[in-house]
Design a protein around this ligand. Sequence first.
Ligand code: NAD
Length: 433
Amino acid sequence: MKITMIGSGYVGLVSGACFADFGHDVICVDKDEGKIDRLNANVMPIYEPGLEALVKSNADAGRLRFSTDIARSVANADAVFIAVGTPSRRGDGHADLSYVYAAAQEIGESVASCTVIVTKSTVPVGSGDEVERIIREVRPDIDFAVVSNPEFLREGAAIGDFKRPDRIVVGTDVDWARDVMQRVYRPLFLNESPIVFTSRRSAELIKYAANAFLATKITFINEMADLCEKLGADVQDVSRGIGLDNRIGPKFLHAGPGYGGSCFPKDTLALLKTAQDNDTPVRIVEAVVQANDLRKRAMGRRIVNALGGDGRGRKVALFGLTFKPNTDDMRDAPSIAIVQALLDSGAVVEAHDPEGMAEAALIMPNVAMVDNPYRAAEGADAVVIVTEWDAYRALDLKKLKAAMRGDVLADLRNIYRVDDCTKAGFNYLSIGR
Ligand code: NAD
């Protein structure tokens, strides 16, 4: 099948490369010329394990191409996917749909009859209706269908998630569009990946409901961690004890500094705005958003308190800046709020991250990026593990301690054992233990 992907960011590029790997003929389009030039030279715009090899092998096989020309790329496609960004709108937190609607307008100008237009971007319920209206206005003459197909891949594990999804959600009431989507996902269909066919509105809501639920699970265990600290319990045991219950499940029960990233913060906010607009407030999600915001800032204060309540004249080394390991994505990373709190207290901050330092340097101009964690720790009063990259899982604790001036090790991901850190001479802080 001929597939065109509008937007070659995280989702568009990974989906496009995976569709090409399924054997489809794919064009990934982006309006960012520099990005397309780099992709044509096999230089990846993001760090994602396995992506470079996947793109190269499919481009070499002639199944994957990159272009800035929407009109030509759309004209012959069987399916056109919209995978542009839907960030939070400044001021009110609603999803900003301007990129989606601009893409719909451009698609409308060159799309041929019997094409399926698929919204893969995360969009509020009813956006598919508006995409359809925009295209219909430009092209009253043709037959087309607008389908919702939200994406659930996780950054850092994106290719595996795309090729072995827990489920595929397809929202449409149009029979021929459903057949096209079945052919698009045929390899996964044969793999017996569950496909949920539903209405377009239900598909749109499924994505927000899934992210809000996961954000709730994280926030729940974070609050249990705070309670553990007060009550002398251990949140890791509590997580295990509840996670072994099949009705609850073990995933997303790791206490930490609060969720961040390119999806949960903006999607939870957009869901609660949609709910408020429809006079059906989702109070659980409202509480989650508020608790998570407060938590990220509280993490910074926790570190300042461990330094005696004043950061002036102190140096803090941060390990891990990206919102999770195996990505260079810095969007809404908890490290941003932590760095701000530390700088506000007067502390000097140096940081290391295996892949995220270039991105981070753009938004943290007052933080020195250091290419080795032990060097970042030199003369530091505190080391803070913010993101659980594998590179920090087996640090030489004695060497680390010897490099430092002070003794605070704040492990916001609970990757070390309390005993080991105490033995190495650290004043060890972790979460909920
Ligand atoms: P991104 O910012 O990485 O990429 C979006 C790309 O679209 C950019 O390269 C931009 O230049 C391009 N673009 C914007 N308007 C365009 C236009 N009119 N024509 C051509 N290109 C255009 O965004 P992303 O992280 O890939 O997210 C895309 C959507 O997928 C969002 O709605 C997001 O919520 C959703 N999503 C993201 C993830 C994730 O992990 N990143 C997971 C699931 C769903």
